[in-house]
Design a protein around this ligand. Structure first.
Ligand SMILES: [Mg+2]
Length: 397
């Protein structure tokens, strides 16, 4: 029986990477969103709870630490440890992680773009049209793209009289309120400009908030009904909101045929119960790096499927190791799976330190599922060592 001997975390570039070491010549790896480089001490906090445990009994190890996390960003470390345990268990047993999760039900997984494009130059209809034109022409051949609008963009500051409220520039997602008639008309014009470019060839999803009043959310969702939007994400609560408000979502969903989506900030399957049982959204979007890991996400996806709800996993903040975890997990999700958010390596040297990814990674909007032990990718130790800061020099030791 293998035993866990230690837990390491290095911030490589901007991305915190977790390594679980064992008394055998094998380690498990997982990644945390690049927007959370401060989590290293948090990761190391869990070491004392898992040392000495058998890493192939993933759930038994998780029972020791799962209660010590919370909604985004405070579930990041627990989520990464769970995912690294699956990598480790697969390597020890000599099978792909998708086999450990029950086996794949698809040979390739659809992805959607939220990160490959150049950043938006501004927030006018022309800027949005140009941005999605870039996505449509990308060599990955995406069949779905996602764009940021409303309170999930600088529209709230750039568009005069955008909403009824004071603009707060200092804090993430603190702006909240009803849109003015001008604000609402501006967003609708931007969405129409994007649809004109994408036509019926590429689906358009919109990351919207959080921050909308229920009134504005219903007005907007109804106004775009004829445009067949893939989904409206996080209108009421969402990114970095430490609660769900399922009843408010239920009212929104009941009021429109446009699919409503949320869930990237939610920690643990239990916190999806309300949203799913009330059929408060049409699509859930948990992030494996925040919900508590990849098996945790699969449980939520299976429960959603029993209630007629689809799943489109969030994932733009994960890098290339996170990408491998998304591929392995998504291959096993039920038929309610739509696509996951495709993460890119940033900076570009990340592509030189990760071994095992296909080239090209995405073809015609899909990634072929690979069959190697664990996640099937690894950090090239020699190349990675050159990228380690002095503080993290002992990462591989
Ligand atoms: Mg989002």
């Amino acid at each position: 029986m293998a035993k866990i001997t230690g837990l390491k975390c290095a911030v490589i570039g901007q991305n915190p990477v977790v390594r679980i070491a064992t008394d055998e010549d094998v380690s498990g790896f997982a990644e945390i969103e690049s927007s959370k480089p401060y989590v290293k001490p948090q990761v190391l906090y869990y070491e004392k709870y898992i040392v000495g445990q058998d890493p192939t009994d993933v759930e038994r190890v998780m029972l020791r630490i799962r209660k010590l996390g919370s909604f985004k960003p405070w579930g990041s470390a627990v989520s990464a440890i769970e995912t690294a345990l699956w990598d480790l268990a697969g390597k020890i047993e000599g099978v792909s992680v998708h086999k450990l999760l029950g086996g794949k039900i698809r040979d390739r997984v659809r992805v959607y773009d939220g990160a490959v494009r150049a950043p938006l130059k501004g927030h006018s209809p022309e800027d949005y049209a140009e941005s999605v034109r870039g996505m449509k022409q990308a060599r990955e051949g995406f069949t779905i793209v996602k764009e940021k609008i409303g309170f999930h963009s600088a529209m709230r500051e750039e568009v005069p009289d955008f909403f009824y409220g004071e603009v707060d520039r200092g804090s993430l997602y603190i702006n909240r309120g009803s849109l003015t008639e001008k604000g609402l008309a501006h967003i609708i014009a931007c969405v129409k400009a994007m649809k004109e470019v994408l036509g019926d060839e590429v689906g358009l999803a919109l990351d919207c908030g959080p921050g909308w009043s229920l009134t504005s959310a219903i007005q907007f969702a109804r106004a775009v009904e004829q445009l067949n939007i893939m989904w409206l994400e996080d209108m009421i609560t969402g990114d970095y909101t430490p609660y769900v408000l399922a009843d408010v979502y239920r009212e929104l969903t009941s009021a429109t045929s446009t699919p409503i989506h949320t869930g990237e900030q939610i920690y643990l399957r239990q916190n999806f119960i309300d949203l799913i049982e009330k059929r408060a959204v049409r699509i859930i979007g948990p992030d494996p790096c925040d919900i508590g890991g990849i098996a945790e996400l699969k449980w939520a996806a299976e429960y959603a499927d029993l209630h007629g709800i689809q799943v489109a996993p969030h994932g733009t903040g994960n890098g290339l190791i996170g990408l491998a975890a998304l591929v392995q997990m998504s291959a096993t999700l039920p038929k309610n799976y739509i696509a996951f958010e495709y993460p890119v390596g940033n900076p570009a040297w990340w592509y030189d330190i990760v071994d095992g990814l296909p080239n090209p990674i995405v073809e015609d909007g899909f990634i072929k599922v690979w069959d190697r032990p664990g996640m099937g990718v690894g950090l090239n130790e020699r190349a990675t060592r050159k990228r380690l800061s002095e503080e993290d020099e002992d990462f591989f030791d």
